[in-house]
Design a protein around this ligand. Sequence first.
Ligand code: CA
Length: 486
Amino acid sequence: MRRMCGIARIGTKQFGHGKELLNFRSLNIGNRRRFRPVDMRKEFKMRLFRKKLAIRPPEAPMRHARGNFAPAQSFRAFALIAAAGAVLFMTGVKPSQANTSTAKPAKPAGKTDAGFRAYLESIWPHAQAAGVTRATFDASLGNVAFDKSVIKPMAAQAEFVKPIWSYINGAVTTQRIEKGREMARAYQSVLADIEARYGVDRYAVLAVWGMETSYGSFTGKNSTLKALASLAYAGNREEFFRTELIGALMIIQQGHARPETLTGSWAGAMGQTQFMPTSFLKYAVDYDRDGRKDIWSNIPDALASTANYLASFGWVRGQPYGFEVILPEGFDISGHDPLEFKPFSYWASKGLRRPSGAAMPGSGTATIILPGGRSGPAFLLTQNFRVIKEYNRSNAYAFGVGHLGERIAGAGPIAGAWPTSEKPLSTAQAMELQRNLQRLGHNVGKIDGKFGDQVTAAIRAYQKKAGLVADGYPNHMVLQQVRNAR
Ligand SMILES: [Ca+2]
């Protein structure tokens, strides 16, 4: 049940966006690829810096397929992960992760067009076993060319962990909030129906759509077949991409798309809300009942598919993802085990209140999380926060969706002040923190300078044992503390 939350910078591309020409950085977040705006000045400086040091960037790991974590599987596991979220909120270029990947650098040398054709033929038995006919197989892959560009040298990881507030500020922009409200009006009746049918908050569905493709603005124009076939052949996760490729063939076999209309990101995520083919096969919905599950150009189909996805992973009807809370003076976070979900009434009785003054929900449970440490804003998070993470395992992403959704619905910005003046840990410092925690007997997984759920839990355990505020937040203070700890 370990998950990877790899986010890798893969390069910089330019995409036309209306009249603007924006620079976007492609990222692997989860098993999908997405884009985020790039600060070109920083980018240029980084490139110069790397060139100067002649750094050969390591290939970043890609994430595992989702789906090994059924919602009913383990409440405990869910609680653990949610609690570990207490910090992890590191994101962006260097995400949280419990990454056990042993990604090796791709070796483009030796990968040839002839080898590609032979590889495709070699997967025919797998496709046939899945129910793909030879006719579909040939029509889909007969003319697919090997795209060598999928084997790009991966860029170096950023030197510093990007803090959660940077991610949220970048993801929940005024433009995205306003466009979300526009979409909420435009698809009001469809969203109301989907909400009633699947029990998933319409604003969460809209927010996923907004986060994934900016409401369909960036769905990706790559041929999914070409991308997946090339990655399966030449990438370092053959089985993963082969499975997705066969999923893509099944989608064509079932008549939902044609080879030429099966498009999406370079890594195979498709359509309005960026489903991977295997997710499509499990969760996509033909909302308008025209016989096709069309997540590419039929927005009601795409929105219903997203709601169905979230519902399938246990979305609790009527519950928010969570919300920000203001802690009472002297509130001792250490006294509250973040692994434990407690009723909202309990939190209210402890003096927690909402910045808006709104009452706590009458029912439901939540954990308390301090994603920026004790000095940052505090949140109560419900199971639905965990469900959003089934879309993308990054805590920051889940906060992005949750917060974007509530903003579309009319909530105000996050009231608490993030510790923005705090300098984030460098990779070397993050590794030092891990090594020290390990020395003290905590399980931190691989020493990789990445803050996964495990590291967060280890920091919390250390803090608790040392009688410190157990917020699990990996900053310079905690590094200093573990250095000196015996
Ligand atoms: Ca349809």
